[in-house]
Ligand binder design. Structure first.
Ligand SMILES: Nc1ncnc2c1ncn2[C@@H]1O[C@H](COP(=O)(O)OP(=O)(O)O)[C@@H](O)[C@H]1O
Ligand SMILES: [Mg+2]
Length: 471
């Protein structure tokens, strides 16, 4: 950690720590070369390994990410400008514009509920900035209240803390000598399953924004929301009485499968715009269903006598808090392409049939993963399963054993996401349901765990049960 008074490049004078995460530290600093010693923010990224190969990949990633951030900061005044990026002693620093304001976790506090009108305004504000990010072929990957700031002088929303930069701190050599991202960047609750599996899409960011919307409406953090064990869709509509069209848009933003969500920020924004152009929304917080029931057709029912006339347009203010949690997944880090940025979403193409050679290759990787799993080399096993899945996404045994390895590492949410992938292909897998139950039990989600065990009991045949999957 840098002590206050440290000066980088004889120019950036560290004043105090602003935040400390698993990926690095963020400081308030002064630029001693500017008149008035203007304030700036220094973000310190420390690769976890000093291996020269890791450092060289980190440097390349750092340079390309700095270019992206620089462009984004110039394209939008709602993304902090990048002033400098520098490397000292194998550690990396980003110097960026200081935003005088507070992040949304200060505004959205547990139990606080916003009006429908305020929620729509907030989501539109976030999506407007996110559209610039997506237009630049960038996926943010860690959208949550702590990474959204509200500037004091004009009340505008700013996006900070882009996920791809954090990855620089997570690079590690794997057993095959490749440099890999050892931790999936993202935050449980705001991170959809495809992102937890190392395959983020633009619509992964849309999911996170949708979760913020639901949180703002009902005043609880996404981790406190139940999921339908059959469909894995978020269950929230029964907790608050809101306009069903608004609820439909939120539901579409947070669909479990990315293909059923709005594709990107622009598409989600369009949906909100068409909603507010046709339907006025209430400006006072909606009632929680558990305490008050309001007829959907009559928002000013006797149960809700104080509802003001429905108006369009809003105030502001939101907040909430959630711990950022690192997740251990080993992902292959491809060489950044010459012409594309590393976090660019690959073009969506028709799925190609898998050749028998590829099936063999995937099976071999899966077998390798199983051996590593037996040797308790969990991270390496996950890397092998990831490669197998990359070739053959339908290899459900690889998803299953990947889940087991994640569970062994204590990464229960990720383990559950991995088991869930099994059911797309093999909904009757006794061991996957059973092991999913074990992971849920670790998370103290007892009701969900019981459901999983019941599913296991319901689908198991004796032959299935005798397959030695349980670790
Ligand atoms: N440009 C900025 N201006 C003002 N405060 C910032 C800025 N960037 C970060 N912060 C503050 O520091 C905290 C941590 O920074 P962040 O970039 O989110 O790093 P991380 O979450 O990886 O620790 C943020 O939640 C925010 O409160
Ligand atoms: Mg952050």
């Amino acid at each position: 950690m840098l002590v206050s008074g440290t000066t980088l490049r004889n120019r950036y004078y560290i004043i105090r720590l602003l935040g400390s995460g698993g990926f690095g530290d963020t400081y308030l600093a002064e630029d001693r070369d500017l008149p008035g010693n203007a304030q700036c923010v220094v973000k310190h990224l420390k690769p976890k390994s000093s291996d020269p190969e890791v450092l060289s990949v980190a440097r390349r990633l750092f340079d390309s990410e700095a270019q992206v951030l620089h462009k984004l900061g110039n394209d939008s005044d709602q993304i902090p400008r990048l002033f400098a990026h520098l490397e000292e002693n194998g550690e990396f620093y980003l110097v960026q514009e200081f935003v005088d304001g507070q992040d949304l976790s200060q505004e959205l506090t547990p139990g606080k509920r916003l009006s429908e009108n305020e929620v729509v305004k907030l989501l539109q504000d976030i999506l407007e900035v996110l559209r610039v990010v997506h237009d630049n072929n960038v996926i943010h990957r860690d959208i949550k209240p702590q990474n959204i700031m509200r500037r004091q002088k004009d009340g505008k929303i700013l996006l900070i803390d882009f996920g791809a930069v954090k990855e620089i701190s997570t690079l590690m050599p794997n057993h095959q000598g490749q440099t890999v991202v050892s931790v999936a960047v993202g935050t449980p609750g705001y991170m959809p399953s495809e992102q937890a599996s190392g395959m983020p899409k633009y619509s992964s960011d849309v999911y996170a924004v949708g979760m913020i919307g639901i949180q703002a409406l009902i005043g609880v953090t996404p981790n406190q929301l139940q999921k339908d064990p059959n469909t894995l869709e978020v269950i929230w509509r029964d907790r608050v009485q809101v306009n069903p069209k608004l609820a439909d848009i939120l539901d579409k933003m947070v669909r479990y499968h990315f293909s059923q969500r709005y594709r990107d920020a622009a598409e989600a924004l369009e949906a909100w715009q068409s909603l507010i152009s046709t339907i006025p929304l209430p400006t006072s917080p909606p009632s929680a269903i558990s305490t008050q029931v309001v007829s959907p057709n009559n928002p000013q029912s006797p149960n809700n006598p104080k509802s003001p006339p429905w108006k369009v347009l809003i105030g502001s203010g939101i907040g909430l808090s959630i711990a950022a949690v690192g997740i251990f997944i080993i992902l292959n880090l491809p060489e950044p392409p010459q012409t594309e940025l590393p976090q660019t979403e690959p073009p969506q193409t028709e799925p190609q049939p898998i050749s028998s050679d590829d099936i063999k290759k995937a099976n071999n990787l899966y077998e390798e993963g199983k051996k590593l799993l037996k040797l308790s080399k969990y991270e390496e096993a996950i890397a092998a399963f990831d490669r197998a899945i990359e070739i053959n996404e339908e290899l459900f045994d690889a998803w299953h054993n990947r889940g087991n390895a994640l569970r062994k590492l204590g990464q229960y949410e990720e383990a559950i996401a991995s088991y869930d992938r099994v059911f797309n292909i093999a909904p009757q897998s006794f061991w996957a349901w059973n092991n999913r139950g074990l992971a849920l039990r670790e998370l103290q989600r007892h009701e969900d765990a019981i459901y999983s065990y019941e599913k296991a009991n319901g689908c198991a045949t004796l032959r299935d049960r005798n397959q030695p999957f349980l670790l």
